[in-house]
Ligand binder design. Sequence first.
Ligand code: ASP
Length: 431
Amino acid sequence: MKKLGLTGRILIGMIAGGILGFVLNPFNVDGSWVNFFLIDGVFRVVGEFFVTSLMMLVVPLVFFSLVVGTCSLSDPSSLGRLGGKAIGLYLFTTAIAISIALSVAALIVKPGNNVGLERPGTGSFDASEAPSFVDVLVDMVPRNPIDAMAEGNMLQIIVFALLFGIAMALAGKPGERLKSVFDDVNEIIMKLVMLLMHVAPYGVFALMARVFGDLAGGELLQGLAKYFVTVLGLLLFHGFIVYPTLLSLMARMNPFTFIRKMGGNQVFAFSISSSNATIPVTLKTVKQRLGVDNSVASFTVPLGATINMDGTAIMQGVATVFIAQIYGIPLEFTDYLMVVATATLASVGTAGVPGVGLIMLAMVLNQVGLPVEGIALIIGVDRLLDMTRTAVNITGDAMVTTVIGKSEGKLDETVYNDPEAGLNVQSSNNS
Ligand code: ASP
């Protein structure tokens, strides 16, 4: 039973929460006891408490581990190489994701062809402006690093931490002194992550009970089912086939080990729907379970959680085709290329928080002249897809991190191949 470990308990929390939510679903009407005390009461408090506690750790964890990571890179020029590889691979996997999604949706499934939904008269979806790619670039350097941290602006924090880490490495004695302090802070924050993981089964239970208690089942049964199933199928395909294949091709590592070790991490991402909030867990997984050194992982994981959203791109590809088909608007080949480019670049500028993929979708639709109101059609089924694509997003971050770790000689293969690696720390703390 002890072996069940944290992942098993989180999984049980997730399934039990989902079942309870499902059972409560019919009773969850406005003003009811179930709604007031359970769905919007206990489950909301426990769930949000859990997510907020994880979010609380993201900024300090990213900052300290990235500074320490940069500082311990023996050769500063490797930073440019690392950055180049990371950005290149992240864009590459996103482009693959959206290309597969577009091809399957447009050529094989054609989800919107016979749906026969009418175009909504007035747009009930208010699309916020998505930032343009140039804005993202210009915005990368923080005017005020404290401000960047207060706002949780990940790209700005990354830039500041990289510069700080480089300066620390160059500063000689003062740099060394500060590094040992930062090392300790880093350890302590990781300890905090671990403590939080112990209450994770309850947090996940509450989150799932709320999601399933709130789901409008009817919406799933309508014509959107085909869209839903297509996105879901492609997400699973990407997570369980494309990534492991890329991993074994590029890093020659056992893909099954990767799949097995990512399970707990995926459950986390799935239940909290946010790559960003999952950063502490992803970092822990890639370092302690997959054996990637902190000098690589501390950089590539937060970067990936910020700029790499393959699952989101998949949803956008299918959604674009779906909306175009519903409204009977033909898409040319150049439109498809435009969608690939826009969705790939859009994923760079968007934070990994719940539901943000729909905002990015507005940008993609605009780009190819499709009605943005189309988004209103798919909002109803987006919650579960958001959860699943977040799990795919962080799997991509971990896969790319492992590939880069291997290519940089920063992957401990004994840890990677040891099924128990990273678990001992947890069980020794269980007692
Ligand atoms: N929730 C996703 C994530 O955090 C982003 C999205 O909405 O697609 O990765």
